[in-house]
Each structure stands twice: as structure tokens, then as C-alpha cells.
Ligand binder design. Structure first.
Ligand code: HEM
Length: 533
């Protein structure tokens, strides 16, 4: 970008460095940033960093590019509140700051998974041209539609904008987030970019990864963007009766109704064996009468439907049944405040003598554990995709910060300890994505039932590994950014959000330790009998 093109409202006035130097007092204060001239006279006293800094002899009337980029995010200069301060450009000089073009893949090393590395220099056995085009389209969509909404909703805590949800429905993005299958038949996917028959789990992975990096530092919004649909509608698609599917699936996929998965409870967390919410049949056998509570239900505050795990007899996994409960008499939700934004609509749900038609049973009575556990595979894998993408965002933030921020006159990257941390962050991101892709490839070649049987353990271990890597990366990133990583706003705002919200990835869909245990229990089941050293 040439500096001239940035000037608001037309032709840029050209200045020499000597002319700029004449404006170095509070009655007329200019500075140079990246070959652009800013008039800070009126802004001086509202500058959050103070006025005396701007009036100091090394800044006033001088080229302050290095000092500026050491303390601020480059995007600040695109904000209309500050871009209007630009009054001209330097005569015969050009901008040297590389900004990633809007909605483009990043050219920072390791900011993207290897298959998207610049110039397509890394080959991959998994991705076709169709996947590449699909990724481009998703990145563009996320940038245009999701990013502005993500930033606004994260701040005001409200639900995603209806227009955004309608656009997602129009492109059938929500439908694709449920994976390949019959529900895609006859639909125009992403404006016809991929045939329903061609759509595979790599396309779906692209959707999860692009959504989760749409507005870095907006983790709550990622869940607000109908995570409840991804985990709450799948049981209906896979185990619901034809009638239930006919009624519920279209209105949810069209974004007219909202759904969530309600399994966890205050008593039991995600320990399905310890749940207490009960459903008893009415005397005439036509209704379930549901009583109990659910907690930490993502999208629960605005859900019209709840896919609920209930005990339908004495405490035993054989008496566990899944029901679809509409928001009706006796259903109440209240917002829970978590460490991320209320935009996700995380709810405490109470069911008081709620009457639910027996036709709303998902799968067979007493076989709910299989419904929930097999659904967990897809849920955990989709979360694992997102974890991989945000790890890249953190790597990109750190690489940029450590090269642009100076300490004692030297860039942070000149410190060996910082390079060591970056090496570990990059290795985690690369190793993790490689395992994720390998398991995704297995999913592409297995039926839903086979996945439930063969991949529950590996997916649990994958997700555990991902969140361990991500939490370690968040720790390293926090050390690099220092107190900026615990400050809301400013140059560290994305790492601040990442550090604060990465525990969500490590808890939702099964806590890291629970998944580790599940993975190893599956291993033990598969040990050949009589194996000895
Ligand atoms: C166009 C010029 C500038 C604008 C629009 C601007 C704007 C801002 C804003 C909005 C903040 C709040 C934090 C953030 O959002 O990043 C800030 C903080 C700050 N600015 Fe500036 N600034 C400018 C130039 C400079 C220059 C040239 C210096 C120093 C040499 C400077 C030093 C600081 C400092 C020390 C802080 C506090 C940083 C912190 O809290 O960590 N600013 N500035």
C-alpha cells in the first residue's frame, strides 16, 4: 500500500522530513509513522499514553515508526478515529509496513497450517483444489461477515447478528458443520463451490478452523456462532425418528430456531454416570415428565430446543435416554457469567415437570449413552480443529510482537530465551495439526458407527494433546507479552483473550484429564490378551 492511498478524502499532501520537523510543539504537532504524516495537535491531550510522550524530543516532528509499532497494533491506524489524523505523506518515500491484505492468508511463517503456507510450497496428500478454493471462500466470508460481528458482540455480549446467521444458513455453512452425509443432499454448498457428494471432513475442518480464527481474541463469539447447533442437532440427525427430523432439522438449519446440547450438570460436570436429571413416563405412556437441572449449556439462553440426557429409571447407564425438549412450560434458562463473553449464551437450565411427547425420544429408550458418546466424537473433533487454528493465531501474534517490540534498543527476538519459546510453540502447532489431519483422514474413510467404535480413544487423546499444547503456548505467549497479556485492549489484546479463554477448550467437551483417561482405557481394552514383555 502506498501511503498516499491511506489519506482520507482524496489526494495526499506531500511533506519533506524538514517540513514535518517544524511542527514539534503543542500548538502544532506532527509525527511520521510509516511514511505517513499525522497531525496530533488536537489528539495530544486525549492520547491514552499521555501527552508528554508525544511532545518528547525523540517523537515530536520526528519519524516515530519504531516507537509506535513497539507499543500499538498496526490496525489502530485503520480505525476511523485515528486514520482521520493523517494529513499527508512523505515526499518520495513509501510505506514499508506489511499488512496482511483483508481476508487473505497470512504470509507470516507458521501462521497457517503447512498446506496453506505461502506459495503452496508444502505438498499435502489430503487437500485437493476443491479444498483450497473452499478455504479461500471461507476465509473471505469470515473476514467480511463474521469478523466485524465477532468484535462487536464480544464487546456488548449480545447474540450474533441475525443477518450473519441468515447468511450462514444461505450458504449452508451450518449444515456443513454437521459433517458429510444425507443432510447435505440437494443443497447448494457455499454457492455451489463443492458438491454434497464431494464434501468431506477436510471441508468441515476448514469451516471450523476459519470460524475460530475469524476475529482473533473473540473466543466467546466462536461459541455464540451456534456451537449448540453443531453438538445439539447431530444426535437428531443420527438417531432421531424421521418425523422428528422432518420437524426440527429444516427450521434449525435455516437459522429460524436455535438448539443446544444439555448434558452437563452442577452435580456431575461431564461425568455422564453421575447425572440426576430425570424423565418419568406419564400413566398413559404418552409423555415424559422431566425434572432436573443442567449447567454450562452453550447457547442455552436463546435456545428453542434442548437435546437433553436424562435418567429414565434407577441410576444406571442402561437407564439413560436422550430427549428433545422444546422451550415450553416448565423450562427456564438463566445466563451464567463465565470467563468469556456472554455472547455465547451459556445457561443454567431448569426443567420443572416439563411434559415432553415420547415421540421426542432420540434413539431408543435406555440407549442414550451410545447416542451421547458417539456424538462426543464429532463434538471433540470439531473443537480439536478450532484449537489447532487458534494456536496458529497465537504463533503469529508472538512472531510479530517479538520482531517489532524493542527492549533496551534490541528487538525481543534477539533474546535466545524468546526464540526457544517460539520454537516450542511452533513445534506444538505443527505436531498437533499433523495428528489432526491424520485422524481426519481416518474419519473420511469410516462410517459413523466405525468412528464411534474405533476413534473415540484417539480423538479423546488428540483433543487432550491439543489443549495441552495450546495451554503451554498460551503460557509462553504470556511470558513474551508480559503484563500486556493481562491487559484488556492494546497490543496484547489477542493474547490476553487467548490466555483467558484457552481453558474453555481444555474443559468443554470433556476435561483434559477425563479425555486422557478415556483414551488410555480404550487402549487397555484393545491390548491383546496374554501380552507380556
Ligand atoms: C497516530 C499516533 C498515535 C495514536 C493514534 C495513538 C493512540 C494510542 C491509543 C489508542 C492507545 C491506547 C492503547 C492501544 O489501543 O494501543 C495508546 C497508548 C499509548 N501510546 Fe499512543 N498513539 C499514537 C502515537 C504514539 C507514539 C508516537 C508514542 C510514543 C513514542 C505513543 C506512546 C503510547 C504509550 C506509551 C501508550 C500506553 C501503552 C500501554 O498502555 O501499554 N503513542 N496510543
Amino acid at each position: 500500500m502506498t501511503p498516499a492511498s491511506k489519506v482520507a478524502g482524496g489526494r495526499a499532501k506531500c511533506f519533506t522530513r524538514e517540513e514535518v520537523a517544524k511542527h514539534s510543539t503543542s500548538s502544532s504537532l506532527y509525527i511520521i509513522i510509516d511514511a505517513c504524516i499525522y497531525d496530533l495537535t488536537d489528539f495530544l491531550h486525549s492520547h491514552p499514553g499521555g501527552s508528554n510522550i508525544l511532545l518528547s524530543s525523540s517523537v515530536a516532528g520526528k519519524d516515530s515508526s519504531q516507537a509506535f509499532f513497539s507499543l500499538h497494533r498496526a490496525e489502530l491506524l485503520d480505525d476511523s478515529r485515528y486514520s482521520r489524523l493523517q494529513v499527508g505523506v512523505l515526499d518520495d518515500e513509501h510505506s514499508t509496513i506489511q499488512r496482511s491484505a483483508d481476508g487473505e492468508n497470512s504470509s507470516v511463517p507458521y501462521a497457517e497450517p503447512a498446506w496453506l503456507s505461502s506459495g503452496n510450497t508444502f505438498r499435502s496428500p489430503y487437500y485437493t483444489d476443491c479444498h483450497r478454493q473452499f478455504q479461500r471462500a471461507m476465509r473471505k466470508f469470515a473476514h467480511e461477515f463474521l469478523k466485524p460481528d465477532a468484535i462487536a458482540r464480544e464487546a456488548d455480549g449480545q447474540r450474533p447478528n441475525r443477518r450473519v446467521l441468515e447468511k450462514m444458513a444461505e450458504l449452508n455453512i451450518n449444515c456443513m458443520r454437521l459433517g458429510p452425509g444425507a443432510h447435505l443432499r440437494g443443497r447448494k454448498l457455499m454457492d455451489g463451490l463443492v458438491n454434497p457428494e464431494e464434501f468431506d471432513y477436510f471441508h468441515e475442518m476448514i469451516i471450523h478452523q476459519e470460524i475460530s480464527r475469524c476475529g482473533p481474541g473473540t473466543r466467546g463469539y466462536t461459541d455464540a456462532l451456534l456451537t449448540g447447533l453443531v453438538i445439539g442437532l447431530s444426535p437428531i440427525l443420527n438417531f432421531g425418528s424421521a418425523e422428528l427430523k422432518r420437524k426440527v432439522v429444516p427450521e434449525v438449519l435455516e437459522g429460524k430456531k436455535f438448539i443446544c446440547l444439555a448434558v452437563t450438570e452442577a452435580f456431575a460436570g461431564s461425568d455422564v454416570g453421575g447425572l440426576r436429571c430425570r424423565a418419568m413416563k406419564s400413566d398413559d405412556g404418552k409423555w415424559w415428565i422431566v425434572n432436573g437441572t443442567k449447567k454450562w449449556i452453550t447457547n442455552g439462553t436463546f435456545a428453542d430446543y434442548f437435546t437433553v440426557g436424562c435418567l429414565t429409571g434407577p441410576n444406571s447407564s442402561r437407564n439413560f435416554t436422550v430427549l428433545l425438549i422444546p422451550r415450553t412450560t416448565g423450562v427456564k434458562t438463566r445466563q451464567i457469567r463465565t470467563s468469556y463473553s456472554t455472547t455465547a449464551g451459556t445457561a443454567y437450565v431448569t426443567f420443572d415437570n416439563v411434559r415432553v411427547p415420547v415421540q421426542n425420544t432420540i434413539g431408543r429408550e435406555g440407549e442414550g449413552l451410545f447416542v451421547i458418546l458417539s456424538n462426543f466424537n464429532h463434538e471433540r473433533w470439531s473443537m480439536a480443529c478450532a484449537t489447532g487454528a487458534t494456536m496458529r493465531v497465537a504463533v503469529e501474534e508472538c512472531l510479530k510482537y517479538c520482531t517489532q517490540h524493542h527492549v533496551s534498543g534490541k528487538p525481543l527476538i534477539s533474546q535466545p530465551v524468546i526464540r526457544g519459546k517460539l520454537a516450542s510453540m511452533i513445534a506444538n502447532a505443527e505436531a498437533y495439526q499433523t495428528w489432526l489431519e491424520s485422524l481426519t483422514y481416518q474419519m473420511c474413510h469410516m462410517s459413523y458407527k466405525e468412528q464411534a467404535d474405533k476413534l473415540a480413544g484417539p480423538i479423546a487423546l488428540l483433543k487432550m494433546f491439543g489443549t495441552k499444547c495450546a495451554r503451554q503456548n498460551a503460557r509462553d505467549a504470556t511470558q513474551m507479552f508480559g503484563a500486556l497479556a493481562i491487559t484488556d485492549g492494546g497490543i496484547g489484546r489477542i493474547i490476553e483473550n487467548y490466555r483467558r479463554t484457552i481453558p474453555f477448550d481444555a474443559l468443554l467437551g470433556g476435561a483434559e484429564d477425563v479425555l486422557a483417561d478415556l483414551g488410555v482405557r480404550q487402549v487397555i481394552r484393545q491390548m491383546p490378551p496374554g501380552t507380556r514383555l
